[in-house]
Design a protein around this ligand. Structure first.
Ligand code: SAM
Ligand code: CA
Length: 221
């Protein structure tokens, strides 16, 4: 027994999956299809996806943002958890990646809930703000280029309603955030700066979870 988060070795991790994972069959197919991709490690884990789906339902979310789609596993997870009429505005710069996911969104019958916007995510978020969408989103998942995380956080905070939730991925960065960033390592430095800023950011309620590669939850006050 311990009063800190437990370390998962392979055996215990497999047990966790065996007794708790409820993965939609099309999510399982998309995950299997992504395994052979050279960037497959960018995809969130299935238990993290299940946790995010639970958050969507707890929030009663209808309108969500995703910054960083890759082959669309997290978009599909959220879309499946949303009620009829719900929406994910999904931002990525790569059609090469997102084209791999689209057939699975269709197969799962939720493609109509995913509004894919190709282009730098800061531009997409700025366009939403310019269109008067501030304060209208329930949930945002930030999982794109780490050096822009702060720009995404600030824009998502404006786009969220009070009580809305931002989930920020990879905040523990394989442990690298706990050591001084090497010269030129902009990603680690950006994550460290954002983690430090969020610690005392009075605009949000905060929890940093050792889920996956570290997941921060920030609830807009
Ligand atoms: N959430 C995805 C999942 O669970 O499968 C993984 C996303 S992956 C870690 C990061 C994605 O961010 C890549 O698909 C990449 O093309 C995208 N990206 C990188 N820079 C971006 C930018 N400036 N604007 C929007 N997307 C960007
Ligand atoms: Ca990630």
């Amino acid at each position: 027994m311990s009063n800190r988060s437990i370390n998962l070795d392979d055996h215990l991790y497999q047990y966790l999956l065996n007794v708790s994972l409820r993965e939609h069959p099309v999510l399982a197919e998309l995950r299997a299809a992504t395994t052979s991709h050279p960037r497959a490690q960018m995809q969130i884990s299935p238990e993290q996806g299940q946790f995010m789906a639970l958050l969507i339902k707890l929030l009663g979310a209808r309108k969500t943002l995703e910054i960083g789609v890759f082959t669309g596993y997290s978009s599909l997870t959220v879309a499946l958890a949303l009620p009829e009429g719900g929406k994910v505005v999904a931002c990525d710069i790569s059609t090469e990646f997102t084209d791999l996911g689209k057939p699975y969104w269709n197969k799962a019958g939720v493609a109509n809930k995913i509004d894919l916007r190709i282009g730098p995510a800061t531009d997409t978020l700025d366009a939403l703000l310019a269109q008067g969408e501030a304060g209208t989103f329930d949930f945002a998942f930030i999982d794109a280029d780490k050096s822009n995380y702060d720009a995404y956080y600030e824009r998502c905070l404006k786009l969220l309603r009070p009580g809305g939730l931002i989930a920020i991925d990879n905040v523990l960065w394989s442990g690298q955030v706990a050591r001084p960033a090497a010269a030129g390592d902009a990603d680690t430095a950006a994550l460290q700066a954002l983690n430090t800023k969020l610690h005392h950011d009075e605009r949000v309620d905060l929890s940093m979870l050792p889920v996956g590669d570290g997941l921060t939850l920030a609830r807009k006050r």
